[in-house]
Design a binder for this molecule. Structure first.
Ligand code: AKB
Length: 318
């Protein structure tokens, strides 16, 4: 990868992936784009930015040609809970941005990275140590339907046109830079802000609900490692299970209490989010990612919790 275009640079992943990639590939070689320029203010001056609606294929294609892009990272998505509020919009945005990335990638010789998710699994998927290749037909969310379709589309463009498409199934991502929005796993970020600010949190997902989660530095590392992996080693492409930690709200609260012993957790369960969470795996088996491109997370629950609390304390103090 020499010239990378990021779609959705102002989102939860993009806000950290853009500076991370600029640190590796050089500021001028990472072109940030977002439909909402205001969300990218924090990137000001650090490298090129173009306002872009990824659904506008002509404008998208013109930017790819102008910057001679050779890798497109499509981070545009309406997340799981937000998708249920407007399924038609979720399909149009999630599949529209991916379709444009794939055909523009094909026409311009670009590799394409697009994240899939634990949301690609559904009610009849095996819940524990969910295998890499398994049942994905029982999906109950439009977000998940888009993710399954996206995985199939990515593999189709690889087999049919030779586009170098690669993807990971991200767990819930935990970060202290940009907030997630509209996801089912958002509680695992919100809880840290509430713990530092109020010493208490009301969780919208029930005790005993286990989901895979990952700290953002590991997610950024996964993207770079996968995109730099030797293609001859890849037996899979779209998408790899990757896992780092699996916990329920009680286990997360217990980890927070090691730093803030008085922290209180209560529940006000959101039935839409709970049904989504119940349909997702408790934990994924990521053996294929470990074997095919040396995936190895660095953060477990205690290490992530300690760092999140420190960073959020600093951030709120500022
Ligand atoms: C969501 O909760 O919708 C996302 C995801 C797991 O893909 N964070």
């Amino acid at each position: 990868m020499k010239r990378i275009l990021i779609l959705g640079a102002g989102g939860q992943i993009g806000s950290e992936l853009v500076p991370h990639l600029r640190g590796i590939y050089g500021n001028d070689n990472v072109i940030a784009t977002d439909v909402n320029a205001d969300k990218c203010k924090h990137l000001d001056g650090s490298g090129p930015f173009e306002p872009l609606n990824a659904l506008d294929g002509e404008a998208f294609s013109a930017i790819v040609k102008r910057y001679r892009v050779d890798a497109i990272f499509n981070l545009v998505a309406l997340l799981s809970a937000a998708g249920e509020r407007d399924p038609r919009l979720a399909w149009n945005v999630n599949i529209g941005a991916l379709t444009n990335s794939l055909y523009i990638g094909k026409d311009n010789g670009c590799a394409v990275f697009t994240p899939s998710s634990i949301g690609a699994f559904g009610n009849d998927t095996p819940k524990d140590k969910t295998p890499q290749d398994t049942l994905q037909r029982s999906n109950t969310t439009i977000y998940g339907v888009c993710k399954v379709a996206g995985e199939l589309l990515g593999d189709y463009y690889y087999h049919r046109f030779g586009v170098d498409t690669r993807s990971v199934r991200f767990p819930g991502l935990i970060s202290h830079v940009a907030m997630p929005g509209g996801g089912t796993t958002d509680y695992a970020v919100d809880i840290f802000y509430a713990a530092v600010r109020d010493g208490a949190f009301t969780c919208n997902v029930a005790a005993g609900t286990y989901m895979d989660m990952m700290y953002m530095p590991d997610a950024l590392d996964a993207v770079v490692r996968l995109m730099e992996a030797d293609p001859a080693r890849l037996k899979h492409r779209n998408s790899f299970n990757i896992a780092a930690m699996s916990f329920d709200p009680e286990a997360l609260a217990a980890a927070i209490r090691r730093h803030l012993p008085a922290f209180r957790l209560s529940y006000d369960v959101d039935p839409v989010k709970q049904a989504i969470a119940d349909s997702w795996p408790n934990s994924m088996d990521d053996t294929c990612a470990r074997e095919e491109w040396d995936w190895a997370p660095r953060y477990d629950l205690p290490a992530m919790t300690a760092e999140m609390l420190d960073r959020i304390r600093e951030k709120l103090a500022r």
